[in-house]
Design a protein around this ligand. Sequence first.
Ligand code: NOJ
Length: 558
Amino acid sequence: MFKRKIDNSWYKEISVYHIWCRSFKDGNGDGIGDLYGVLEELDYIKSLGVDAIWFSPIYPSPNCDWGYDISDYKNIHPDYGDLKLFKKLLKEAHKRDLKVIMDLVVNHTSSEHEWFKESQKSEDNPYHDYYIWKKGKNGGPPNNWLSIFEGGAWEYNEHLDKYYLHAFAKGQPDLNMDNPKVREEVKDIMRFWLDMGVDGFREDVITFISKDPDFPNGFPIPVACGIEHYKSGPNLMKYLREFREVIEEYDCFVVAESPLTGAKDALKYTSGKDRVFDMMISFDHMQANCFMHDTLYLPFSLRKLKRALSKWQTKLYGKAWNALYLENHDHPRIISRYGNEKFRTESGKMLATMAYLQSGTPYIYQGQEIGMLNNKFSDLSEFKDVVTFNNQKIFKKFGVSDKTYLKIANRTSRENARTPVQWNDKKNAGFTTGKPWFSINPNYKDINRDKEEKDPNSILNYYRKLLKVRKENKIFIYGKYKEHYKRSKDIYCYEMRYKKQKALIICSFKDKNIKFKAPKGFKLNNKKLILHTYEDVRKTKGKEITLRPYEALVYLWK
Ligand code: NOJ
């Protein structure tokens, strides 16, 4: 359907560095990360071998959801700088061949956005229909929906005697995408940034934008009740096609966040000429040690992880494109989840090897490349996220004490990923000369960028090698994936094939030595070993090898 005027398959060959600005680096001493800090570290970012930066929202926001509640789409939050500074950063990034991707959050705005303020004034205000306002039923809200973040999904407004819908926090009213004027606003916002020169968008919960017009009651679950009525609503494709038309005018790409979408459904959005996204952020592989998106923790299951990754690799192969990631601002740190803090370096390198040699575009989240770990918050008062507080209330209803909840939050909270980046072992981990806005992980003396930089065998230097290998060998970008030893609970082994080449990626998830026998058709040979996570390599003889704790090996035949 869409006739792309510009060949933009470059998005397949890049790697993306994800910045959550508030905790990246403070350049003006106010304790808050900002664009000055990003400017200071542009050369460092480039040195990783990445080709693009994705900024989580850096627009003005009252921060009820740390930026995902936008009060002005065409400006920069004063905490982070201003438009002039952003333009400078864009120029400097482009000078270094780094693309810049912005977060587009249009399922909802902030309740402080001018549109919402107007919308509340009266039913005949031109902005009233920008949001989803409904009359109550039987003295209560219009239906039984619960928000994903904060109690009921409907908030009452006395003046209008109506309720507005917020799928997320109260301060995040959902936009009424059925109103064509709202869609025009979205396109206008897209053009504003694309005309400035940005290279694409990460579209936030974009598959939630179309709601069932009947607003029926939802299946009664304690959180996000009703989600089935908007997770992929009736007009979704129509609206997404409209947005795609804007994308098609520019040399840019779109990565969409789409919770509750499996690999098969992803094809609908990301394959063929009618595709509305270039790739999607899937959630399946982030559920290998939890239930309901990090709310309830379960023991880590390698088989679950492998099943999820294999599904996306095989279902999308040749038809659509994967986004490869292990961390972002919404999940705890990966070493603490799927790796082993006691084997931080080993498991950090192994997890990266596992994830980024599959076919797709790698996304690396700030601090991941230096092996940052979950924080150990000592008190609930240290937390700052609406989700942590909401879960605390829900757990309380089920009789869980605050003391126990603290332990749960220390494992499950996404705030683990939001502590400031640890740059060095000096005061405040080199993040700020002021008072840090958020607690700094006390392990910063041991885990920091400068230390990683000096050690040739660090996680950081391994990421550099890994990204280089990926870039130099198209097999790791376009190759065909096949999993071996599916039933193993300790080893993740897969092959990639491309033209006449083949590669074998072997990853141990065991904290002890373990024997590994190469699958049929592969003869291990040190000469073919292009990546290894331990400094020294033992000679491989024939088919058998002993893998050390969390060791990863990559062989390439070409
Ligand atoms: C997904 C974002 O990644 C998350 O941080 C945010 O809280 C929700 N969408 C709501 O915008």
